[in-house]
Write a new protein. Structure first.
Length: 341
């Protein structure tokens, strides 16, 4: 059966990548700041594949803040270094690497605290990603396709093309499946295409347990976090009915009161678009000296909003940005824009 949306890779490109991995001694794998399931899954999944195929290869996975607590159960996650607390080791590994796999981002600035050592590194930089407009100058090899659901799906097809489906064991499959599952909202978003199901079928064929993975991804709330969600929905949500827009503004005080961090905030923005009359929504989370803005929509292009207002990016229906303005001013900038569009 033809897989209309399955990505195709040029034979020359595949040979080139294979030869580089064959000759590499030290490989770094990394992904975007505030890692999500797709970022962690791509790092650990590819690490697992490479570790099985090349037992002598020195593999160093790293993320700007290390592995988020909610993904610590993923195979290999315990090996992920933190750009914050293990900075020296990260810088050394980047400087010594022959190859650096950069996953699930389109520009090195998304590496946050690892951006500078990454830029200075001399190893071959290879990007595997599904965001639009990859930074052409920052990587020597770019495998980018924004029509693919997730970096984990793209990595699955890339591995299959490079080394065959049998190169993906159940550990890698667990990691890749997790990223495909989280980036598509459980195979629900508009990025869900035939190739995603084919990739998922291939991964499930390795013997992984999709129901258990679902449990690990979805049923993870603490009482504290659930009560925070209740509070936020009651007290921190503003609806601009005329604009079909709603947003959460979460101050540092509220975060401290409930003892919640950015990991606990994941998914809160999706509550805005649960309302049938709301077309797009935002979560504005105060940090020290800056705010994080997450945007979601049913149809509206929120990537352009994130980019225009705050220099952010992402996808058409799911985007994010960092605002250097205080919370109240960030809210004002966003709501004024929404009111005037
Ligand atoms: Mn992704």
């Amino acid at each position: 059966m033809a897989l209309s949306s399955k990505p195709e890779f040029a034979v020359g490109l595949l040979c080139h990548i294979k030869a580089m991995v064959d000759n590499a001694k030290r490989v770094v794998l990394t992904a975007h700041t505030h890692a999500d399931g797709d970022a962690v899954g791509a790092v650990t999944g590819l690490m697992s594949v490479l570790g099985r195929l090349y037992p002598d290869l020195n593999l160093t996975p790293m993320l700007p803040q290390g592995c988020p607590r909610q993904f610590e159960w993923m195979p290999g996650a315990a090996l992920i270094l933190s750009g914050e607390s293990e900075r020296e080791r990260c810088c050394q590994a980047l400087a010594e690497a022959d190859m650096i796999f950069v996953l699930d981002l389109n520009t090195p600035s998304r590496l946050d605290n690892l951006a500078q050592p990454f830029t200075q590194a001399t190893g071959h930089k290879i990007l595997v990603d599904h965001h639009i407009s990859p930074d052409q100058a920052a990587f020597q090899t770019i495998i980018s396709d924004h029509t693919i659901s997730s970096t984990c799906e793209l990595a699955t097809w890339l591995v299959e093309a490079l080394w065959g489906a049998q190169a993906i064991g159940s550990e890698a499959a667990t990691c890749f499946y997790t990223g495909m599952r989280t980036d598509t909202g459980g195979f629900a978003y508009s990025n869900t295409q035939p190739s995603l199901y084919h990739a998922a079928a291939m991964l499930i064929g390795t013997g992984i347990d999709p129901a258990e993975i679902n449990n690990r991804i979805v049923n993870i709330f603490s009482e504290r976090r659930l009560r925070f969600y209740g509070y936020a929905i009651s007290n921190c949500l503003t609806v601009m009915a005329e604009q079909h827009f709603a947003y959460f503004a979460i101050s540092l005080d509220v975060q401290r009161h409930f003892g919640v961090g950015y990991e606990d905030m994941d998914g809160l923005v999706n509550y805005t678009t649960l309302m049938s009359d709301i077309e797009f929504g935002a979560l504005i989370r105060e940090e020290k000296q800056r705010c994080k803005v997450s945007l979601r929509s049913k149809h509206t292009d929120v990537e352009s909003i994130a980019r225009q207002l705050f220099g952010g990016g992402g996808h058409r229906k799911a985007a994010g940005a960092t605002s250097t303005l205080p919370l109240a001013e960030t809210v004002e900038k966003l709501t004024q824009y929404v009111a005037s569009r």
